[in-house]
Ligand binder design. Structure first.
Ligand code: PAF
Length: 282
């Protein structure tokens, strides 16, 4: 495995691999089993002849909250070990100064899918994601890239960016990886208090109950309210949103037989957790 800390090192590492399938897994580090699963899927997709590139970059531009950025876990040495174990060929680990010019002035804003759910409460977040992912696509020039479905809105926005800007990369969505208790794996989970860590699987449990209720005919508002009440009954939990939206447009469910998405974001103390579940009603 090679590690590139600069754009030039990345260019040199990738030069002999051009023409092969190159699968990119962008991450912000603090890698856990969920990332390991993305990396292993990338390895499988790339095959023996292809190449897997992982980026480990805590992107300051996508944080709308300075405290969240400052407390985001960083474990670079373990991340390198994880990448190595998962068969990554090249890790790109730039610093913010390497990645961005101090007088950068281009903004890349998706204006429809970004206005709802997480985008509504995190202004600028998805513009920061689009900017960094676009830069990674330009630097790595992957044939394929993999993103997890826990960040469902991010995945939808990246698909839209690729479509609207004609970026020649195939985007793959990977299923959410969960702990045995159902909690979606996230780098932020390590920041939960023991009490909140013990209570957090309630998110998944309430989404499963909501899916059963919705698919047997309960109205969307009632389903969402039940999830909200269940989570807000936990001490120290504040729900940011619980919304049922069309899984493609991320806006209101106007064609109920299409796939829908029930998405939730909630603060467990000062840690914001997100999760979602796909639903369909015939
Ligand atoms: O999902 C993430 O970890 C980040 O948003 C991403 C895609 C690596 C961009 O910084």
């Amino acid at each position: 495995m090679q590690t590139a800390y600069s754009k030039e090192e990345l260019r040199v590492a990738l030069a002999p691999l051009r023409g092969r399938r190159i699968v990119l897994v962008p991450t912000m580090g603090a890698l856990h089993e969920g990332h390991a699963s993305l990396l292993s899927q990338a390895r499988e997709l790339a095959g023996a002849e292809g190449c897997v590139v992982a980026s480990v970059f805590l992107n300051p531009v996508q944080f709308d909250n300075a405290g969240d950025l400052a407390s985001y876990p960083q474990t670079p040495l373990q991340d390198l070990e994880t990448c190595d174990k998962c068969g990554v060929d090249v890790v790109f680990m730039p610093s913010p100064d390497t990645m961005y010019c101090s007088d950068r002035s281009i903004v890349l804003e998706e204006t429809h899918l970004s206005t709802v759910i997480c985008g509504a409460s995190r202004p600028g977040h998805f513009a920061g994601v689009c900017l960094v992912v676009n830069k990674l696509f330009n630097l790595v020039q992957p044939t394929d890239a993999i993103f997890g479905k826990k960040d469902y809105q991010q995945l939808a926005i990246i698909r839209r960016m690729v479509r609207d800007l004609d970026i020649p990369v195939r985007i793959h969505g990977a299923e959410i990886v969960r702990g045995d208790d159902g909690l979606a794996l996230s780098s932020r989970n390590v920041r939960l208090t023991p009490e909140h860590r013990a209570a957090a699987p309630a998110i998944r449990a309430s989404l499963l109950a909501a899916r059963a209720a919705y698919e047997s005919g309960t109205a969307a508002e009632i389903v969402c309210e039940a999830v909200k009440q269940k989570l807000e009954s936990i001490t120290g939990v504040r729900v940011d949103y619980v919304e049922l939206v069309d899984a493609t447009t991320l806006h209101d469910v106007s064609t109920p037989h299409r796939l829908s998405l029930l998405a939730v974001a909630a603060w467990f103390g000062n840690v914001r957790l997100i999760d979602n579940i796909e639903l369909s009603r015939s």
